[in-house]
Write a protein that binds this ligand. Structure first.
Ligand code: HH2
Length: 260
């Protein structure tokens, strides 16, 4: 899954693709690089990000989705049901919700009505404050329990079980130790029986492991290492900024696996 951020403030590429034609061109580059899905978002969820009004978010993503959905499968990265509905009308077929359908009272009913694949992501707290003091007794068990609870809630609201994806939400209300524990035990989330989406691309904990990677776009090596670890654990998809490089790394990993 390739990331297309139509935002001024995303943590690694904010402002680069705010212009619709730049975002569409970037999406086409990611498709050429081997992306199977494009995740188009119009609101940053980085720590401290300012919320975006519904109409503004729709105006950012809908023209981009309309152009890219002709070429590939498109997911919309939004917490707002109205944005998801507009994205679907424009051709999206997957809803990536970092709030796991908790943002609005009609989130789950909207996902059920759209009949779409839906990604339920774990987050402790909310984007503005989530990195202030994340706390868990057992991060892997708590994330797994949360995701199962949200999957059950979605199913109770009418979302088909086979439409549900789970995501540990790397970096969303988590310290470096929490992120590493989740990556080390991703197999326990895969064992829950839903496809798992995993996103560590360019995230700040990679820059804590390698102090020379202070800038987000200096974190390609770490992003690839995390994607490979996730692939080995059996995730269904990795959400990345650097599609071409990730496809190459995953292809080599798969080729080595076949030679065993
Ligand atoms: N990470 C980001 C945004 N959306 N969705 C899912 N399901 N999983 C993730 O790990 C995830 C996500 C953060 O990355 P990015 O979109 O590049 O940054 P920003 O939120 O600043 O736009």
């Amino acid at each position: 899954m390739g990331v297309v951020n139509v935002t001024p403030d995303s943590f690694s590429d904010g402002g680069r693709y705010l212009d619709h034609s730049a975002a569409i061109a970037h999406g086409r580059t990611l498709i050429a690089g081997g992306a199977d899905i494009l995740d188009v978002g119009g609101e940053s969820t980085r720590p401290g990000a300012e919320p975006v009004a519904e109409a503004g978010e729709i105006a950012r993503v809908v023209p981009v989705i309309g152009a890219l959905a002709e070429a590939t499968r498109v997911s919309v990265d939004t917490m707002k049901p109205a944005v998801a509905r507009a994205a679907f009308a424009a051709g999206a077929s997957m809803w990536n919700d970092v709030t796991a359908l908790r943002h609005a009272r009609d989130s789950a009913a909207t996902a059920a009505a759209l009949g779409c694949d839906v990604v339920l992501m774990h987050m402790q707290g909310e984007p503005r404050t989530m990195q202030a003091a994340p706390r868990y007794d057992d991060v892997v068990a708590e994330v797994a329990a949360f995701l199962i609870e949200r999957a059950d809630a979605a199913i109770a609201a009418g979302v088909a079980r086979e439409r549900i994806w789970l995501d540990p939400g790397i970096g969303f209300g988590k310290t470096m130790a929490h992120n590493l524990a989740l990556i080390a035990h991703l197999d326990r989330l895969v064992a829950l029986g839903f496809p798992v989406l995993f996103g560590a691309s360019r995230k700040s904990f990679l820059g804590r492991i390698d102090a020379k990677a202070a800038a987000a776009d200096d974190r390609l090596g770490g992003s690839l290492a995390a994607a490979l670890a996730a692939a080995r654990a059996g995730v269904a998809a990795v959400r990345v900024h650097d599609v071409r490089e990730t496809v190459q790394a995953l292809s080599v990993e798969a080729a080595v696996g076949q030679a065993r």
